[in-house]
Write a protein that binds this ligand. Sequence first.
Ligand SMILES: *Cc1c(COP(=O)(O)O)cnc(C)c1O
Length: 393
Amino acid sequence: MTQAAPELNPPPRILMGPGPSDTHPRVLEALAKGTVGHLDPFYLRTMDELQRMLRGLFRTENRMTFAVSATGSAGMEAAVVNLIEPGDSMVVCVNGVFGGRMVDVAGRAGARVTKVERPWGEVFTPDDLRPALEAAKPKVVGIVLAETSTGAWQPIEEISRLVHDAGAMLVVDAVTGLGGVPVEVDAWNIDAIYSGTQKCLSCPPGLAPISFNQRALDTILNRKTKVQSWYLDVSMLANYWGQERVYHHTAPINMTYALYEALRLIHEEGLEQCFARHMLNHRALKAGLSALGIEYATQEGHQLPMLNAVKIPPGVDDAKVRSTLLNRFGIEIGAGLGAFKGKVWRIGLMGYGSRQANVLLVLAALEQLLAEQGHAFTRGASVAAANGVYASS
Ligand SMILES: *Cc1c(COP(=O)(O)O)cnc(C)c1O
């Protein structure tokens, strides 16, 4: 007979990396509530309310606003495979890992992909896209609002105008963006947008909030070929999330509770207050890091409040700092990826994780570890600098 494995006993962690981020206690409680059927009248009402709160957060009237039953990458796939038919032209903006992932997804969906690139840590201007739009005449352009691998905060509005002037549709990756910075789906004329629950929504990973506007839906309903993914086919999902409530797949009921509670938390706080909190904690962290002589790896003026990509000081042992933060303090921060591997730390202040206690703790812990490694700085200055930001806010 197989012996049962030991009881699950996850160590207490403070998740200050690129995601997952700390789950809010109220969200954990919501997850533990009783499971009902996916067609139960209570569940259908819960879905309606979730969609209403999601539209509020996305700032859209889009009817087709719902949650894909999988993580953020499935949101990316859903946006791309529904809009792209084999042979279609798609332009993808790549300035980090997630733009690169979108290129892969689009290629697999049969798109003829044109990559437009910027160096890691920088953002795109409309001028960067113009030549590709003229040459490739794309049906769809994909861009990442919050590039989690580099901390770059991409302005969307002007690029959206240019993309639509060129007759294309715009797909935006807001996996890390949603809940941390303003996202204006209708005002910015975004055709399809997706997110994930475990970045700024204070939830565990498991759902991908997504929204399609009417133009995107019309494109999907007029496809010549079937969507290559049965699971992610929006024309079928619309029958479950819309009025008909036709069974498609069994919804992850308890994750829906979690997202529902997470959205309640954001709307209780207020969107403006929520974004202001993310910005304040970012400013405090930045002041503290600066006192330690640590600089940002991202272009000035385009640094995300929820993902702080910072240069590892010369002579400091990257892996040792990260493992000691974890083992001594329970703090997880992120390593650099790709071009930033070994050069950059990624410190997340996402959702429930974006709070003063976390900022002061990570700065105090970093002071201790950097001092142990012989890095020169004024002791106590980083926590004082962060407190100075809080005092003057
Ligand atoms: C995390 C992330 C993804 C992928 O989401 P998963 O939930 O890991 O599948 C996509 N894009 C961006 C910008 C991300 O930060």
